[in-house]
Design a protein around this ligand. Structure first.
Ligand code: SF4
Ligand code: SF4
Length: 362
């Protein structure tokens, strides 16, 4: 790629698409791209037609297992490939009132996993209160997606490892690579060093240690327009490098495919990789992955309480196809009866071994 394009992307990436008034901040524009071009021309099959070949259309949920709640799009980072288009300039934050509605659902859900995400969820001013209240509900697996650098972003966050430990939170953190260059390229200058320090702080209170019940998992996503390699091999390489270089332990590594939405879609188009990437996703389509994609066992709650099949649909404002569309009206039985809303971005979840927020699915 030309140096000028790289510089342009790097500078632009310091702000969200929304703050830059980029037309891809509009979900309609993203859907227009995903539904048009190669797919409208018939060069590639629509996702719904592809899954219909194996009688998997309409896509239906299985038993609900995971309630994923996005508490806001504000973040201390502006990563190049962020599917949330998060950043310090995003002001969408879940209110305490919506959190109360979520707590009511958390206390009564059949889901065994609660997954808090953002942005940087810790930046929501009611984050700690929400975690304290939610942890009382006795959910089996309580995940917080922490970007690691938030722990060092301000003094008020430095006790987060202890706070997570106190509430037996399962920490899941993005770490695009075990080398400084690749991590900083995707997530910003200085992110690697701060992430390493944060991992050491988590290890110091017991997170990620071999026999510890304090779970610490990492998430890898590719730093360019290519699909992730084998998850087990990546985990082996990450474990070896982080242990040898920094004496860091963690439990599992999830390898995630970048979905062609939001800032990654912007990157694909700006670097003239969009068409090749869509061909690669469709080429790698694996019908066996369809029945295990995240939306089949998850409900995603937006910062304003609207309900979605997954965090990706949330960013495209594709609300659930159900009479129940908001957390205040939550009804698990009715939601379990819905058809899942799909589009061409879904090819990102069914490529190769498949991928979701929990890594490989097939
Ligand atoms: S840390 Fe996560 S939420 Fe924040 S900008 Fe990066 S990818 Fe997006
Ligand atoms: S993008 Fe969302 S709706 Fe589409 S397959 Fe993936 S998890 Fe399901």
């Amino acid at each position: 790629m030309e140096q000028s394009i790289l510089t342009e992307l790097k500078n632009a990436a310091k702000k969200s698409l929304k703050a830059r008034h980029n037309d891809l901040a509009d979900n309609h524009r993203q859907l227009e791209i995903l539904n048009g071009g190669l797919f409208a021309d018939g060069e590639l099959p629509y996702f719904k037609d592809k899954i219909a070949e194996t009688n998997q259309f309409p896509l239906k949920p299985n038993t609900l297992e995971i309630l994923q709640i996005n508490v806001g799009y504000m973040c201390n980072q502006v990563c190049e490939h962020c599917h949330v288009d998060a950043g310090p300039d995003r002001k969408e934050i879940m209110t305490r009132e919506t959190m109360e509605q979520c707590l009511e659902v958390i206390r009564n859900t059949g889901a065994h996993t609660l997954d808090l995400t953002g942005g940087a969820p810790e930046m929501n001013p009611n984050f700690r209160w929400f975690v304290e209240e939610a942890s009382k509900a006795g959910i089996k697996d309580f995940i917080v997606r922490s970007n690691l650098t938030i722990i060092l972003a301000n003094k008020k966050y430095q006790d987060l490892p202890e706070f997570f430990k106190k509430h037996n939170v399962h920490v899941v953190s993005s770490m695009p690579h075990y080398t400084r260059g690749k991590t900083d390229k995707q997530r910003g200058d200085g992110v690697f060093d701060k992430s390493i320090k944060a991992l050491q702080m988590l290890n110091a209170v017991g997170y990620g240690m071999p026999d510890s019940s304090l779970r610490l998992d990492l998430v890898y996503n590719p730093s360019g327009a290519f699909l992730p390699s084998d998850q087990a091999a990546l985990e082996h390489d990450f474990k070896k490098a982080l242990k040898e270089d920094f004496d860091i332990d963690f439990h599992n590594l999830f390898a995630i495919t970048n979905l062609p939405i939001s800032r990654f879609l912007d990157y694909l188009i700006a670097s003239e990789n969009y068409e090749d990437y869509m061909y690669a996703l469709v080429d790698a389509y694996n019908p066996a992955a369809v029945s295990n994609v995240m939306c089949t066992n998850t409900i995603s709650v937006g910062w304003d309480g609207w309900l979605y099949d997954c965090d990706f649909n949330q960013m495209l404002d594709l609300k659930v196809a159900s009479t129940v569309k908001h957390i205040k009206d939550y009804n698990e039985d009715l939601l379990n009866d819905r058809d899942i809303v799909i589009s061409q971005h879904c090819y990102g979840c069914t490529a190769g071994a498949g991928s979701s927020c929990q890594g490989s699915v097939a």
